[in-house]
Design a binder for this molecule. Structure first.
Ligand code: DP6
Length: 354
């Protein structure tokens, strides 16, 4: 819980998990507000595995806003941090206190301390967890209530989905001001308790082209991207929601893999092309298809974001044999990191206050 000493100092610490998309967000129609070209859908991973932890505090003694990420001081002047801070403070002022004045003085400076327990900027949704956590913590600090996923969206698009647990849809929205582009839970984690994810860390190096820049170039240069926006993604989103509601794993898995493959096809169709997957990533793809062929049904799905690391989705009963095969084909000497299983996600709001 928050430490509340007096009204001149207040501190809140929260954690937020990453989410891994099964329908991919790649492309913006509005860069400033971070409005997407298509809907996306993700699964929020377990709180204890990949997560960001953020403390925010205000004090009358602070002379400027400051921020430390993974132990290193970073500037708060980035547009996205500023957008988030401004929007949270705007909502505090708009709300006012029950008595009419402001409950919290938003002119006080704040300090932000955040850390991830996994590689940052390696295609493991670090910005999603980071901004979701920052926005949630700030809203707790200032007492902002109501829908906040649209504030997280203004920090990093995918972050809006980490505000909720389970299976989460980020709606494209139609409005110019983005007020109808927010996240909503399609189903809680408890809806499909057998679902598991397995993260295969192929590399913990920073990606060579960031998602923001990569998707900008894609929107400008890829013809295949238009094909996605013209209907492919919307249809897949509908089919995916149906598969989740019916707990139809083979359909869920097939769409997940097709989506991942099309994201990376679109990256290849970008000019100049962007390569996020490596030879090891492609070996994982081949192994997953080989496993499914041998088992005679789709038992495991892969998905890759803007990096070489794989997220595998599978059902609980298949975890031991898939882990065994991964260990066999990727013994420790041949990989940089251990694949590990994450429990899937929490039933309620995944972002917790401590
Ligand atoms: C490949 O949310 O990192 O992970 O909005 O520019 O911050 P910005 O991009 P970001 O993009 C994530 C892209 C993705 C797919 C996804 O998570 O849907």
């Amino acid at each position: 819980m928050s430490v509340k000493m007096d009204e001149t100092f207040r501190c809140v610490t929260c954690t937020a998990p990453v989410n891994i998309a099964v329908i991919k967000y790649w492309g913006k129609r509005n860069e400033k507000l971070i409005l997407p070209t298509n809907p996306s859908l993700s699964v929020t991973l377990g709180q204890d595995e990949l997560r960001a932890k953020t403390s925010v505090a205000f004090s009358s003694k602070y002379t400027e806003d400051r921020m430390w990420l993974n132990g290193k001081e970073e500037s708060v002047s980035s547009q996205r941090i500023q957008n988030v801070l401004k929007e949270v403070r705007r909502r505090v002022r708009k709300r006012g206190a029950p008595g009419g004045g402001n409950e919290v003085d938003t002119s006080r400076h704040i300090h932000i301390v955040s850390e991830n327990n996994f590689p940052t900027a390696a295609g493991l949704a670090s910005s999603a967890a980071g901004y979701a956590c920052l926005v949630y913590s700030l809203c707790k600090l200032y007492g902002v209530q109501g829908e906040i996923s649209d504030i997280a969206r203004q920090g990093s698009g995918s972050a809006c989905r980490s505000i909720y647990g389970g299976y989460v849809l980020w709606k494209t929205g139609d409005l110019m001001d983005g007020t109808d582009s927010f996240a909503e839970q399609v189903a809680p984690e408890s809806h499909w308790p057998e679902m598991r994810s397995l993260i295969c860390v192929v590399s913990d190096q920073k990606k060579h082209v960031g998602s923001t820049e990569g998707m900008q170039t894609t929107v400008l240069t890829s013809e295949l991207m238009q094909h996605r926006v013209d209907g492919v993604v919307s249809q897949r989103t509908d089919d995916m929601i149906e598969a989740i509601m019916a707990r139809d794993f083979p359909t869920f898995a097939k769409i997940t893999m097709q989506e991942s493959n099309q994201l990376h096809a679109v990256c290849l169709d970008t000019y100049p092309p962007i390569f996020y997957m490596t030879d090891t990533s492609r070996l994982i793809v081949r192994l997953v298809h080989a496993i499914n062929d041998v088992l005679g049904d789709i038992k495991v799905a892969y998905t890759f974001d803007a990096g070489p690391n794989a997220c595998l989705y599978l059902l609980k009963e298949d975890v031991p044999r898939v882990m065994g095969l991964l260990r066999h084909f990727f013994p420790p000497a041949q990989r940089n990191g251990e694949p590990f299983v994450t429990g899937l996600p929490v039933d309620e709001l995944p972002v917790t206050e401590s």
